[in-house]
Design a protein around this ligand. Structure first.
Ligand SMILES: [Zn+2]
Length: 487
C-alpha cells in the first residue's frame, strides 16, 4: 500500500493495588518523571530521541508512513486509576482519532498493568472502546512493558502486541521500532497473524526479575530463535503487586500456536525459582560498612520503590544507616514535600529540627526526627544522562540535600517533593552529591537503578526494609488472583 496513515497514542500506568491513595487525572498531566502529558504534533520531536516505545515507533515508522500523533501520558506507579482519569483520557484518544480523519491503523504505547476503579484490565477496557468505535477490521498494534499482566482480552482485541525484553528497561525504543515492523507487514499483507497466549501460574517478585544475568538473560536472548514460522515471541514477567485474576508472567506468540507451549514450558523450567536474596537493613549496612573499595556499596531499598507504586518515604534503611554505618553514606530519593519546604526555609548551611518521611506507613514505619543541616537545595529539574532515561527532563519538585550526624559518621539524605525512583544518577548530581564521596549509597529502586549505578558500584545488595512494593509476597495477600497461581 501507499504511505499508511497511522494514529499513535500512549497511555501508561502500572497499578499497585496494595499501595494507598489513588491515581488521578492530575497525576497523568504531570508525567511521573517522564515527559508530561503531550498532545498532537509536539509529540514527534519530543519523543523521537527518547528511550520510550512511542519514540522508537516514530523513528522507525515516520519515513514510511504519515503519523497522526494523538497524545502520550504516564503517571508514576501507584494505586488504582480513578474512573474519571481513565474515562477522560480514553475519550480524548478516541475523539482525537475520529477528528483526525480516516486512519489505516492505530499504534498504542501501553503498559499492560493498569487497574482502574472499575476494571482490572485497563488496557483491555481501552481496546474494547477503540473496537466499539472503529470496528474489528482496523489494525491495532500495541507495545507493552515487561511488567504487563497480559490478558486474553488484550490479545483478542489487538492485532499484534510486543513486549520489552529487558529489566532495567533499556529496549523501550527498540520495542516500539519492532512493533512498527510487525504492523507494516500486517498493512502490506492485509491479514493478521495467528496468535497465542499462555499465562504462567506463578508470580515472580520484582527483585528477582533483573534480566542482566542468570536464567532470564538466557531466556530473553533466545526469543528470536524459535523457528521460521514464529513472527513474534515475547515474554512478560508480570507485575506481581496487583491483586487481580490475570497477574503474573505470560508468553505471547504470533505465527504458530505450538511455539507458545514450547516457550511456556521452557519459561516454567528456568524461571520458577529465581534467586531473591534480600538482607535485613542492619545486616546490609553492617556488610557495606566493611567496604574497602574506592567505589560505594549500593544498598537497594527494593520495597520502597515509587516506580512500583510505593511511597518512597519509608525510613527503615535511613535509620539503619544512622545507627550502624561506618564511613559517609547517602540515601535517596526520599519523598517528603514538607521537609523539602522546611529545608528551603532554613536555608543552605543552616541546621534545623527535621521530621523526615515515615508519614504514611506501612505498619511499623515512623518518621525520623532530629537535627539536619541543609547542604543544597534545588527546584528539582534536571536532565537525565543514564541509558534508560537519557535526555528526559525530569522534575522531582523542590528538593534538598540534608546532612545528618549518625552514631559513627554522617548520612546525607536527598529529599524530593514528588515521588521519584532514583533511576538516574543526575538526581544526586544536580544537588552536588558526588557518589564516589560515599562508602554506602542507598537507592529507593528495585532493579532499574542498575543500568546507571552498576558501573560505579563496588557491590549491590538488596535490602528488605518496609515499604509498599513488597518483594516477598505471600498467598494471603491476594483475593482475586487465579487459584492455581503460586506466590
Ligand atoms: Zn516495567
Amino acid at each position: 500500500m501507499n504511505r499508511p496513515r497511522i494514529a499513535i497514542a500512549g497511555f501508561q500506568h502500572e497499578t499497585n493495588t496494595f499501595a494507598p491513595g489513588a491515581t488521578t487525572y492530575a497525576d497523568f498531566e504531570d508525567g511521573g518523571g517522564w515527559p508530561a502529558l503531550t498532545r498532537g504534533e509536539a509529540l514527534l520531536n519530543a519523543f523521537r530521541p527518547l528511550n520510550i516505545s512511542i519514540g522508537g515507533f516514530i523513528a522507525a515508522a515516520e519515513g514510511e508512513s504519515d503519523l497522526v500523533p494523538i497524545l502520550w501520558t504516564n503517571a508514576e506507579p501507584a494505586k488504582r486509576v480513578t474512573a474519571d482519569a481513565f474515562d477522560r483520557i480514553s475519550a480524548e484518544i478516541i475523539e482525537s482519532i475520529k477528528a483526525s480523519g480516516p486512519v489505516d491503523a492505530i499504534y498504542l504505547d501501553l503498559h499492560g498493568a493498569m487497574v482502574t476503579d472499575e476494571a482490572e484490565d485497563g488496557e483491555g477496557q481501552l481496546l474494547r472502546r477503540l473496537r466499539a468505535e472503529f470496528g474489528d477490521d482496523l489494525p491495532i498494534a500495541a507495545s507493552l512493558d515487561l511488567h504487563a499482566n497480559v490478558t486474553s482480552e488484550m490479545i483478542r482485541l489487538a492485532d499484534i502486541i510486543t513486549i520489552y525484553r529487558t529489566y532495567p528497561h533499556l529496549d523501550m525504543d527498540a520495542t516500539g521500532a519492532r512493533t512498527w515492523g510487525h504492523l507494516k507487514t500486517i498493512l502490506q499483507h492485509g491479514n493478521c497473524p495467528a496468535k497465542a497466549m499462555r499465562q504462567v501460574n506463578f508470580l515472580i517478585p520484582l527483585s528477582a526479575q533483573c534480566t542482566d544475568f542468570g536464567p532470564l538473560s538466557t531466556l530473553y536472548s533466545s526469543l528470536d530463535q524459535l523457528g521460521d514460522h514464529v513472527i513474534s515471541a515475547d515474554n512478560a514477567l508480570g507485575f506481581p503487586l496487583a491483586d487481580i485474576a490475570d497477574a503474573g508472567p505470560a508468553i505471547v506468540v504470533y505465527g504458530v500456536d505450538r511455539a507458545a507451549e514450547k516457550l511456556c514450558a521452557r519459561f516454567e523450567t528456568h524461571a520458577s525459582d529465581l534467586p531473591n536474596q534480600l538482607l535485613p537493613p542492619e545486616s546490609a549496612v553492617q556488610r557495606a560498612s566493611n567496604n574497602t573499595s574506592p567505589k560505594p556499596v549500593i544498598l537497594a531499598d527494593v520495597q520502597d520503590n515509587s516506580g512500583a507504586g510505593a511511597l518512597a518515604d519509608s525510613t527503615g534503611l535511613l535509620k539503619a544507616l544512622l545507627a550502624r554505618s561506618t564511613g559517609p553514606s547517602l540515601i535517596g530519593a526520599l519523598w517528603d514535600p514538607q521537609t523539602a519546604v522546611a529545608a528551603r526555609e532554613a536555608g543552605v548551611g543552616e541546621t534545623f529540627q527535621a521530621t523526615i518521611g515515615g508519614r504514611s506507613g506501612p505498619e511499623g514505619v515512623s518518621p525520623w526526627t532530629g537535627e539536619a543541616t541543609v547542604l543544597a537545595v534545588s527546584n528539582g529539574v534536571f536532565v537525565c544522562k543514564g541509558a534508560m532515561q537519557r535526555d528526559v527532563e525530569t522534575d522531582v519538585g523542590p528538593s534538598a540535600l540534608l546532612r545528618i550526624q549518625g552514631k559513627n559518621d554522617v548520612t546525607d539524605v536527598l529529599i524530593t517533593s514528588y515521588r521519584h525512583q532514583a533511576i538516574d544518577r543526575e538526581v544526586f548530581h544536580h544537588l552536588g552529591a558526588n557518589l564516589n564521596d560515599y562508602d554506602i549509597v542507598g537507592i529507593k529502586s528495585t532493579v532499574h537503578f542498575r543500568a546507571d549505578y552498576t558501573p560505579i558500584a563496588a557491590e549491590i545488595l538488596m535490602v528488605e526494609a518496609p515499604g509498599y512494593s513488597p518483594c516477598r509476597m505471600t498467598r494471603d495477600m491476594y483475593q482475586a488472583l487465579r487459584s492455581k497461581v503460586r506466590v
